[in-house]
Design a protein around this ligand. Structure first.
Ligand code: TNX
Length: 551
């Protein structure tokens, strides 16, 4: 019997010489000398050709897996008859199977039915016993001519295996519309993979410019390709308050009304926030909500002037300066405000962390700073969550467990290694490597440049585990790439600043140090760009990367 791959190729040949050819192979038949007749524009392409195989797919996986080996042999072929099997015992595995089918449906046009069981063909998801080599998020992926098997001890591992499988398929799989292919080959081979750090974050500032639920969901979808597992949402700042808090209606009627430059702002209702939480969960991403105190609070003060020390009315700020506003520490209103805000955020958030901000509080005395930060951290802890704050919180007695986010470009203040030694965990996002709002070069029109220009190599070439002198690698939870949005106003702007730098940060978070190699990374990154193009992600074509389409 012919293997299915050969059947698919035969079908293509018959189609080419018989009823016509698909758009995907049309150009190779045009060298007969006569002028080719262009295909009629209104007729949809006939699905008769196999998609071109990805020859180097196993070398090009990003973030780099622990091991990936292609085997010479007959490829597996995804076609209209492929089913996706999942174990009966796990509704989470079923959800991953459904996700996989939904992911590959638009480009293939195949039904990709999901089914309980193991089977001996098609795509199979399998849950296995715990395996120290794979940890909580690792997986194994095996492709033979008959079957694709993703096996993992957890459904998270299955999800990450799906993201890798996506990159083994022809790049057209990322197209949002049906492609003219009836067969999608996947080279035989094997991947073994595990996460280096448990925290691989992406930050999005929805205050300086507001982004709708749909825009944030798009961002979540994009970052999930690269095995990011935390989304840190900056929900309040001088320029806007972006989440409804029961009992404090003016935070949104007044505090959410505008944004940088004076345009209409916006906010999420608590139901919309829950929707974001659920969407992120479906992509194995945990939300971390941030309300920034005691500085960065003009929107809160404009809504409730009694939270400030003067009590004087103020306007929401539409500029981009920082460090001039402060909550008043010693007021019962402030205490009630902090308690309501952080208790409600904690109740809305299934993840372990709630962020209290704490950065750049230049208009707050050290004593007031310590008081507000410890109160906020206490509220978060009483609600069963771990307080997450910017590195400045290490100067206050926040206690443990706690997380400090290191953003500095210079030497760390002594409070950082001291807090780490006392049990505070660190997430690293040094601005000169991981701030995705910094310009790539002097020619970048979007973005700021206070931390210098940050091109892809800057984002990639540093080691989170040894970055802060005096901080043990065991204190490092992971990394985060942060997109601040003073100059960012659209989904297209987000794409341009995030790609290709966030995949670099994601690789630092996911991949084993032994795989760290800029020259290899830039090649793998280059191989991603046809996928971004297919998906409609407009990226920055950095001159540091040998893109297949040129720079
Ligand atoms: C610093 S450092 C900020 C943000 C700005 C960003 C602009 C820190 C935690 N905060 O408030 O948006 O720079 O690049």
């Amino acid at each position: 019997m012919l293997p299915r791959w050969a059947v698919a190729v035969l079908a293509c040949v018959i189609a080419a010489f018989g009823v016509g050819i698909g758009i995907g192979v049309a150009s190779s038949h045009n060298n007969s000398g006569s002028r080719p007749t262009p295909p009629p524009k209104t007729v949809a392409p006939v699905a008769k050709a196999p998609a071109p195989a990805e020859s180097d797919a196993y070398k090009n996986i990003a973030p780099a897996p622990v091991e990936a080996t292609a085997a010479p042999g007959t490829p597996f072929v995804l076609d209209a008859s492929t089913t996706v099997a999942y174990p009966s015992s796990s509704s989470a595995a079923k959800d991953v199977a459904d996700y996989l089918a939904t992911l590959f449906r638009p480009a293939t046009g195949f039904a990709l039915h999901t089914t309980v069981g193991a089977g001996s063909s098609g795509i199979r998801l399998a849950l296995t016993a715990p395996d120290p080599q794979l940890g909580a998020e690792g997986y194994e992926l095996q492709v033979t001519s008959r079957q694709v098997t993703i096996s993992a001890p957890t459904s998270a591992g299955l999800f990450y295996g799906v993201q890798t499988l996506r990159q083994l398929l022809p790049t057209a799989i990322d197209a949002t519309a049906k492609q003219p292919y009836n067969a999608w080959p996947i080279t035989e081979g094997k991947v073994l993979d595990a996460a280096r750090f448990g925290y691989r974050g992406a930050g999005l500032d929805v205050t300086r410019h507001f982004f709708t639920v749909a825009q944030v969901e798009r961002y979540i979808d994009e970052i999930s390709r690269y095995k990011i597992d935390y989304l840190h949402l900056h929900l309040s700042d001088d320029q806007g308050w972006r989440i409804a808090i029961n009992g404090w209606p003016k935070l949104t009627t007044v505090g959410a009304a505008t944004q940088v430059g004076g345009g209409t702002g916006g906010f999420y209702t608590q139901d919309e926030y829950r929707q974001l939480v659920a969407f992120a969960q479906s992509r194995y991403i945990t939300l971390i909500p941030e309300i920034d105190v005691p500085g960065h609070v003009t929107a809160a003060l404009a809504s409730y002037p009694q939270l400030g020390c003067t009590g004087k009315p103020t306007q929401v700020f539409t500029g981009i300066d920082v460090g001039f506003s402060s909550l008043c520490a010693a007021k019962p209103d402030t205490t009630r405000f902090l308690h309501d805000v952080f208790t409600q955020l904690a109740a809305l958030t299934p993840g372990p962390y709630v962020a209290i901000g704490g950065d750049e509080a230049k208009a707050t005395s050290a004593a007031d700073y310590a008081r507000v930060v410890t109160e906020a951290a206490g509220d978060v802890r009483s609600a069963g969550k771990i307080p997450w704050g910017w590195q400045e919180i290490t100067a206050a007695p926040v206690g443990t467990p706690s997380v400090a986010a290191y953003w500095d470009t210079g030497p760390a203040p002594a409070s950082v290694p001291r807090a780490a030694a006392a049990g505070t965990h660190l997430v690293l996002m040094p601005a000169n490597h991981a701030y995705l709002d910094q310009k790539y070069s002097g020619a970048t029109t979007l973005g700021l440049d206070w931390a210098g220009f940050v091109d892809v190599k800057d984002s990639y070439d540093w080691d989170p585990a040894s970055y802060v002198p005096g901080v043990a690698s065991t204190s490092v939870l992971g990394v985060e790439g942060d997109l601040w949005t003073e100059t960012i106003t659209s989904a297209a702007d987000i794409d341009y600043m995030v790609f290709p730098r966030l995949p670099a940060i994601a690789e630092l978070g996911w991949s084993a140090p032994a795989t760290h190699d800029w020259d290899a990374f830039r090649l793998r990154l280059a191989a991603q760009s046809p996928r971004w193009k297919a998906a409609g992600i407009g990226f920055y074509a950095s001159p540091e990367v040998p893109w297949p389409h040129g720079n």
